[in-house]
Design a protein around this ligand. Structure first.
Ligand code: ADP
Ligand code: ZN
Ligand code: ZN
Length: 720
């Protein structure tokens, strides 16, 4: 009999021990009795020394795996993450294990077969398939040998059999592992000296842990550096993980990697079915995938031989999970690289202040690409002072003129407005009443096409009222401007040109984002407008002018990270201009042209802004020079929130090394009907902060008031 300590998928910060009468190793799934239910958990430890009275333990009902589904490096990473974020291990596990495995699906690798075309198959032509579209697609796919698993994602087994029966394809056992065909398909570009230095540095670091920050201006060819750093790994049969922001994973990105290397490339994102996820997970584990491009949680994939990690747009906020297990994928990826003893490369035109501080403190090596790759100039930025201007459709006369000029030159114009919908609210012309969400402290956005009022915080929707909720007047009018409205207005102003809108509403339908991107890449002079979706790494060669419609609302904010975020956004959006043969221009509309932040970013660039912002953080004792954690609490009653946080604050009387800010209301005090309050904790010493958290958490679990509120702890919070 062995005592096994099992991690169970439940949000409790405790261990569960069981007896097991068959042989089992850590990382395997077991079925265990839990209350009246049976749960599937992961064996975490054998014979723990601090186990309870063994005679009291229940027995494992079934051992589900012969070999671990979670190998040692992943378990080490998950244990670290659970400790660091003070989050229940069972919940952390849920992030790392595909749903099908959590449900008990057989995890044995589908050591199946590989299909390739026979000579007869190679002599077929596309015409011979005529109406048989599916068969044509299969034949095209088989131009490269494919594993059965890969094919079954898209084709039925009987189709595969048909090809074999016809003598068009033959089947061989799969050789998982090294990619004998890892030659480069598409030629790599000759690197400029800065790129060459970066690639050499990463290649020389292969085989041991090190962390690089690649700071390269927009259009400096960071992707080429990634590709050429990957090349020796793929040739040697190793695996590479490329993490990208939530909406940075376009078919365009994928195509760039697939075109370069003749190795299997997988993707991983939130919009996949359980089966698709499971397949990718397995192909990572068996070594069948050479490169995986994925969002946040791809970080937990079980690679057989992970030799390099890359994080593109490392400053991006989508790397921080904003609910439940609030991990930062960049930070955990660095931990993973250190566990796997491989290098990690973080790339950005606008690196986070955290990463820059790590460079200054010597923890990261700094690689720089100061110029655009193909010799294009950086765009020039012009401020348009909006004070006392004749405005039309939210644009000054000069702005409208410039747009027209650039369209005449045959260029595309990109307009950035970070508010979707038609208007941020409807207002009553008689009494000033505005449409509000009854569950949040926020106005509801008017969406004209869908004839709805939508709360962008809780998602509540309702029909558009005919009458004012205050005085009953029917004089309701949109107030403010959103992308849906600007689209209509641009069509009116420039009827001869296409207007393409890119925001969460216009790209909701599957394939619509790709359609819009294709349309833009055809290069016709046209207007492109959108929200921050536009800021994420797109390469639009024909954009000559970028117009930033409104920054004023972002200039004054309470969040100490707001200036950094605004500087990143301005730089990234501006960076979409002038990436082709023509130099680019940026117009920035504002009522505050003298604002220090705008002046600094425009005149000195992000790199300089970031260094002075970092100094300021140091002087004002803010992260990354202090460590920050945050308790958030939600309840229907305001006083429950305040009392609970007050209790936490009292506990901190024993921790003079930790400074408190709060309890105070969250920026959006009411959301979905609940009040939201927070308590911020700052400490110079990370260890002390974490010790204090351990101590307060064990207290919190004993309070009965903890069951009356919904509370959460956010370590290294990104949004306050
Ligand atoms: P970034 O990701 O840094 O914004 P990209 O990787 O998208 O930049 O590169 C911008 C453009 O420069 C692309 O069209 C790319 O093909 C081109 N490019 C990159 N490296 C080189 C090079 N060494 N020589 C010529 N063109 C290059
Ligand atoms: Zn709401
Ligand atoms: Zn009214």
């Amino acid at each position: 009999m062995t005592v096994v300590r099992v991690a169970l998928p439940i949000p409790l910060r405790v261990h569960f021990d069981y007896l097991c009468d068959t042989e089992v190793s850590p990382g395997c799934r077991v079925m265990v009795p839990f209350g009246k239910r049976e749960l599937i958990g992961i064996v975490w430890q054998l014979n723990p020394s601090d186990s309870y009275d063994v005679t009291q333990l229940k027995t494992v009902t079934q051992v589900l795996d012969q070999t671990p589904v979670l190998a040692a490096p992943i378990r080490q990473l998950l244990s670290f993450a659970a400790d660091y974020y003070h989050h229940p291990l069972g919940d952390v596990l849920t992030s790392a294990l595909p749903a099908l495995l959590r449900d008990g699906k057989n995890a044995d690798p589908v050591k199946g077969h590989s299909y390739s075309l026979t000579e007869a198959g190679q002599h077929l032509t596309a015409e011979q398939f005529k109406a048989a579209k599916k068969r044509l697609a299969l034949w095209q796919q088989l131009q490269q040998p494919q594993t059965e698993t890969q094919l079954l994602e898209h084709f039925q087994r009987k189709e595969l059999q048909y090809f074999v029966e016809q003598g068009w394809a033959h089947v061989t056992p799969v050789l998982y592992g090294p990619y004998q065909t890892a030659a480069e398909q598409q030629k790599s570009l000759p690197l400029n000296p800065a790129q060459a230095l970066a690639v050499t540095a990463v290649q020389q670091a292969l085989g041991s842990f090190s962390c690089f920050l690649l700071e390269g201006v927009t259009g400096s060819g960071k992707t080429e550096v990634y590709l050429q750093s990957i090349s020796p790994v793929a040739k040697a049969g190793g695996q590479v993980l490329v993490l990208v922001p939530e909406i940075g994973l376009t078919p365009q990105t994928l195509a760039r990697f697939e075109q370069r290397f003749a190795v299997p490339v997988g993707v991983w994102h939130s919009n996949m079915t359980d089966l698709e996820r499971f397949t990718v997970w397995q192909r990572c584990q068996t070594g069948d995938l050479a490169i995986v491009i994925g969002t946040r949680s791809a970080l937990f994939l079980p690679f057989l031989k992970l030799d390099l990690l890359i994080i593109d747009e490392e400053h991006d906020h989508s790397f921080k999970q904003q609910e439940g297990f609030r991990y930062h994928a960049r930070d955990l990826a660095i931990k993973r690289a250190s566990i796997q003893q491989c290098p990690i490369l973080l790339g950005s035109a606008t690196p986070s202040l955290e990463s820059l501080a790590n460079v200054q403190q010597g923890r990261f090596a700094h690689l720089e690409l100061p110029d655009r790759a193909a010799g294009q100039l950086m765009p020039t930025v012009e401020l348009v002072d909006l004070k006392q201007q004749q405005m039309m459709f939210g644009m000054a006369g000069l702005t409208r003129q410039r747009i027209e000029q650039h369209l005449k030159l045959g260029q595309q114009v990109l307009l950035f407005l970070n508010r979707r919908g038609f208007a941020p609210a409807l207002i009553c012309h008689e009494c000033g009443w505005m449409t509000e969400c009854h569950r949040c402290s926020a106005f509801t956005t008017f969406h004209k096409q869908s004839r709805q009022l939508v709360c962008h915080h809780c998602g509540a929707t309702k029909g558009v009222p005919h009458q004012c909720g205050g005085c009953g007047s029917t004089q309701l009018a949109p107030v403010g401007q959103g992308t849906e409205q600007l689209e209509e207005q641009l069509q009116q102003l420039f009827p001869a040109h296409t207007v393409t809108r890119l925001d969460r509403d216009s790209t909701r339908r599957k394939g619509s984002l790709q359609q819009a991107l294709d349309q833009i890449l055809q290069g016709e002079p046209q207007l492109i407008l959108g929200t921050q979706m536009l800021a994420k790494g797109h390469h639009f060669p024909n954009v000559g002018l970028v117009v930033i419609i409104d920054v004023d609302s972002a200039l004054y904010s309470n969040d100490f990270r707001a200036p950094e975020q605004l500087a990143q956004l301005l730089t990234q959006v501006s960076g979409r201009a002038g990436r082709g043969s023509q130099p680019g221009k940026v117009l920035l509309q504002t009522h505050y042209p003298g604002h220090a932040l705008l002046q600094d970013v425009i005149q000195n660039g992000y790199a300089s802004f970031a260094r002075s912002a970092l100094k300021e953080r140091q002087q004002t004792f803010l992260p990354p020079f202090m460590f920050l954690a945050l308790f958030r609490v939600e309840a229907h009653q305001l006083d429950l929130c305040q009392e609970w946080l007050q209790k936490v604050a009292e506990h901190y009387k024993n921790w003079p090394q930790v400074q408190l800010l709060g309890p105070l209301a969250c920026p959006l005090e009411r959301k979905a009907g609940k009040y939201r309050w927070q308590l911020q904790l700052f400490a110079k010493d990370r260890k002390q902060l974490h010790q204090s958290l351990d101590s307060v958490l064990s207290d919190i679990s004993r309070w009965s008031s903890s069951r009356k509120v919904k509370w959460q702890l956010d370590v290294d919070p990104q949004d306050l």
